[in-house]
Design a protein around this ligand. Structure first.
Ligand SMILES: *[C@@H]1O[C@H](CO)[C@@H](O)[C@H](O)[C@H]1NC(C)=O
Length: 620
């Protein structure tokens, strides 16, 4: 007995010793990180004062610093436009061995690419664009196997593109534009690469096949050609839409004339802007406008008050690191015109994809707008598309949402009818209905149960990662000018009472959702043409068909082909028809409605337990 307790004591002593040793190690690692950063900042002159001090907590107080979850290491350093000047001293930043993200963009950093950065083995994102770095790119990239974003654009790098970049198997964005890099473009492979920009360098030769999938604008301002796949290797066609480098003297003269002309214009315009900026910034924090880009990055808003009036406001839990300029610079694609304005899909330089909505006709003032955005941004639910950030200025109101890659349910239902379309089976439609109902039910519970979606329609409903419906575009009606008479499709979703009151309510949401259910069941648009040119409202059409007892006629042929689903569909039809009751008080409330919809699947499962998978089997 005594022997055991002696062992026990020895064990305890050793164990607690180990623990305190371990803690000591951790504390000292964070201290090492701290020393490395202080070393760096003390050696490099900078315009802005950083609030880094020995005596404050590095993880919670230091500007631009992010620690890991247990606050033992520094994992991100973001110091854009701090006004750093000079070289990055060796053995400073490179001592941050746990570093994953480093952003020193838009500074005046000069010298060569720091040779000791190879020690940053965990680096996944490196942003050094808009500095004055020169010399060749590092020869050996193999140390950075986690690197996913590399932006070295707008520096003075020369030499060639190192072949070893092709070893970065996780690389998703590579921007080397606006440098003086020469030589041929190596065949990089890089299957995960989504963003590439090599424009405005001195590259020559033929762009390898593996990189020809990128837009030609990724290569402009070089002397490179593209091979036509059907033509011999020697037949090189110049980049279409891209002016080859001028060769004749008169071309050069023209070119010079244009350049000088643009230059003069540019200087005038820049001078004007500069002047305007200085006037506006006078009462700011002494930032003299040396860096022409009045960046509004989230990093900067931490540190000071500048631009606090007009900046992108991010919500908690947003992992994106971008600012307004990045948004404006991102390659954007028009997604469509919604009820409240245009939507764009923006691919950021780190390959994140977001949806930017430009709101037109916002009637709310700044405060009211912000309050509503805060409310919308607080909604986090797996069946509601999250708002990540917003922007408000006099001329521009933006909302930034997650992007759903599969497109809206409207597109899935109505695009490409006929041809080689993938049918939307009943199983999927059921999950869409259940998901959307869950999302709306949650939304209706927000703000003390007073929140209204206000714009339910199939183009605002998407698939989430579990392939259930997910709603977006909620809560906007209150900040927008009173709804104008709706155009075309949108009209079909509008509850009859809203036409007069112009005010969306939870009951009118239920009506719109009912129309959406009918759309899922019939495959028809809420307002559609029948036979002649006459436009028919879906609700009226369904009523008329059902009244004549042709119930089966209403359903989308695409789902009717599947066995054993008709009962479910008839049940769902009844649920939908209660939603589109004329009198608002007769419509169900969302929580009850959700239960009814969930029961549709439930009841089938009980009635035909052996057929639960029949819904997705091929047509009989
Ligand atoms: C590459 O950068 C240039 C200049 O910065 C820009 O004009 C071009 O659109 C960019 N191309 C791509 C594919 O991002």
């Amino acid at each position: 007995m005594r022997v055991i307790s002696v062992y026990y004591v020895v064990f305890l002593v050793v164990f607690s010793g180990l623990i305190s040793y371990y803690n000591g190690v951790n504390a000292s690692l964070l201290d090492d990180d701290k020393e490395a950063l202080l070393d760096f900042v003390n050696k490099v002159p900078h315009l802005h004062v950083l609030n880094w001090s020995e005596s404050t907590l590095i993880c919670s107080n230091w500007t631009g610093i992010t620690c890991n979850a247990d606050l033992t290491r520094v994992i991100a350093v973001r110091l854009p436009a701090v006004g750093f000047n000079g070289e990055i001293p060796g053995d400073t930043i490179s001592r941050l061995s746990a570093l994953e993200i480093l952003s020193l963009r838009e500074n005046g950093i000069s010298g060569r690419f720091p040779s000791d950065f190879g020690r940053l083995k965990n680096l996944s994102m490196l942003y050094l664009q808009f500095n004055s770095l020169s010399g060749p790119l590092p020869d050996d990239f193999s140390a950075w196997e986690n690197l996913s974003v590399l932006n070295l654009s707008n520096n003075r790098f020369n030499g060639s593109i190192p072949k070893s970049i092709s070893s970065l198997s996780l690389l998703s964005a590579l921007d080397l534009s606006n440098n003086s890099i020469s030589g041929e473009v190596p065949d990089l492979g890089l299957p995960n690469l989504q963003v590439l920009n090599l424009s405005n360098n001195n590259l020559t030769g033929i762009v390898p096949k593996s990189l020809q999938r990128f837009p030609r604008s990724a290569f402009v301002g070089n002397d490179v050609g593209f091979v036509n796949s059907s033509v011999e290797q020697s037949d090189v066609s110049p980049v279409p839409g891209v002016r080859p480098k001028p060769r004749n003297w008169w071309r050069q003269a023209w070119f010079l004339a244009i350049v000088i002309g643009c230059g003069v214009l540019g200087i005038v315009a820049f001078g004007f802007l500069f002047f305007a900026c200085c006037l506006r910034r006078k009462d700011d924090d002494g930032f003299t406008g040396k860096f022409p880009k009045g960046s509004m990055s989230p990093e900067k808003t931490i540190s000071g008050s500048q631009d606090s009036k007009n900046r992108l406001v991010f919500f908690e839990g947003c992992n994106y690191a971008f600012d307004l300029e990045d948004l404006l610079r991102a390659s954007a694609e028009v997604l469509g015109k919604g009820t409240f304005g245009m939507s764009y899909k923006a691919i950021l330089e780190d390959a994140n994809v977001v949806v930017v909505k430009r709101l037109k006709e916002v009637s709310a003032g700044k405060r009211e707008f912000e309050q509503q955005m805060e409310l919308i941004g607080s909604i986090r639910h797996e069946n509601a598309v999250a708002l990540r950030a917003y922007y408000y200025s006099r001329d521009e109101k933006l909302m930034v949402n997650d992007h759903c890659s599969q497109g809206s349910i409207s597109a899935m239902l109505h695009n490409q009818r006929g041809e080689d379309r993938i049918p939307l089976d009943w199983e999927t439609r059921l999950r869409i209905a259940i998901g959307a109902a869950r999302g709306i039910t949650h939304i209706h519970s927000v703000n003390g149960g007073k929140f209204v979606h206000g714009n339910i329609r199939s183009s605002n409903i998407f698939l989430n990662s579990q392939k259930y419906g997910s709603v977006s575009d909620f809560g906007l009606a209150t900040v927008m000018s009173p709804l104008a008479p709706p155009i075309s499709r949108a009209a079909g979703y509008r509850a009859p009472e809203v036409t007069d009151t112009r005010k969306a309510t939870q009951a009118s949401d239920v009506y719109s959702f009912g129309v959406f259910l009918l759309e899922l069941l019939t495959g028809k648009s809420p307002v559609h043409a029948t036979g002649g040119d006459e436009l028919v409202h879906l609700v009226r059409w369904v009523h008329s068909v059902v009244r004549e007892e042709w119930t089966a006629e209403v359903f989308d042929l695409e789902i009717l082909r599947y066995a054993h689903v008709e009962e479910e569909m008839v049940e769902m039809l009844q649920v939908a028809l209660t939603c589109v009751a004329r009198v608002p008080e007769q419509r169900p409330k969302m929580p009850d409605l959700l239960k009814m919809i969930e029961d549709v699947r439930q009841s089938l499962a009980e009635a035909h337990p052996e057929n639960t998978t029949a819904t997705s089997s091929p047509p009989h």
